[in-house]
Design a protein around this ligand. Structure first.
Ligand SMILES: C[S@@+](CC[C@H](N)C(=O)[O-])C[C@H]1O[C@@H](n2cnc3c(N)ncnc32)[C@H](O)[C@@H]1O
Length: 222
């Protein structure tokens, strides 16, 4: 079961009663997504075209921000997103992101298009954004595609420790392009250790309100 909640910056999030956890920061869903994944992930890499792999598609907020950012910056994005528990209608339509992020009707409609897109096949949502949603469990999924940026947006490690293991980070590292990055909101010591042991170089960066630091992990260039 999911309950809709309003966060500190006026954007909505969900509270999952199954996981006992919010989908985003209660201090601001939109602000968190922009800081962790767009500014310190997507925008910190200049590559064009660029391929993103999101862990936990959820409300589609990160995908939506990425799609709008691609349009604004004339950048071509291929976006893979894995999700084990897709949200059921009408939950996505109750999120207030289109009204907060877009003025043009066409841009507002992209949000519902993200959710209506078929699973397991590439869908060209706009001229600059292609979406491939994967309905699967990350714990038994080994990507066969390459990517430049990983948005690691799983529920917190104390709720879902099985998502944050060295083995999973190792699989993610294998298909990450040299110079590629993984960003996440979690800076726990054990997570940093697991990332390092999987091969990543770690960097702490200033976080959004309510979170002093966030993490960016990168793969050395060849
Ligand atoms: C913190 S929420 C993600 C929020 C999402 N990125 C957004 O912007 O709304 C974590 C997501 O991971 C998904 N998830 C949980 N366990 C998973 C698993 N084993 N494999 C893939 N996705 C999983 C949840 O259903 C949820 O959508």
């Amino acid at each position: 079961m999911n309950e809709i909640r309003l966060t500190g910056d006026g954007s909505t999030t969900l509270f999952s009663t199954d996981f006992g956890e919010h989908y985003h920061s209660v201090f601001g869903a939109l602000t968190e997504s922009k800081t962790v994944f767009i500014e310190n992930g997507l925008q910190s890499l200049r590559k064009n075209p660029v391929t993103v792999f999101e862990i936990g598609f959820g409300t589609g907020l990160n995908a939506y921000l990425t799609c709008l950012n691609a349009q604004q910056n004339k950048r071509s994005v291929t976006y893979y997103a894995i999700e084990k528990f897709p949200l059921e209608s009408p939950v996505p339509s109750l999120m207030n992101y289109p009204g907060l992020l877009a003025t043009e009707e066409a841009d507002k409609r992209i949000f519902s298009a993200l959710h209506e897109a078929e699973w397991g096949t590439p869908v060209a949502l706009t001229a600059s954004f292609s979406l491939f949603k994967i309905r699967a469990d990350l714990c038994s999924f080994h990507p066969e595609f390459n990517y430049d940026v990983v948005y690691f947006d799983a529920f917190a490690p104390d709720r879902q420790p099985e998502m944050w293991t060295k083995e999973i980070f190792r699989h993610l590292y294998e298909k990450l392009s040299p110079g590629g990055i993984l960003t996440t909101y979690c800076v726990k010591g054990v997570i940093k250790r697991n990332l390092k042991e999987a091969g990543f170089r770690i960097e702490k960066l200033p976080g959004p309100p309510g979170k002093r630091e966030i993490l960016r992990a990168s793969k050395e260039r060849l």
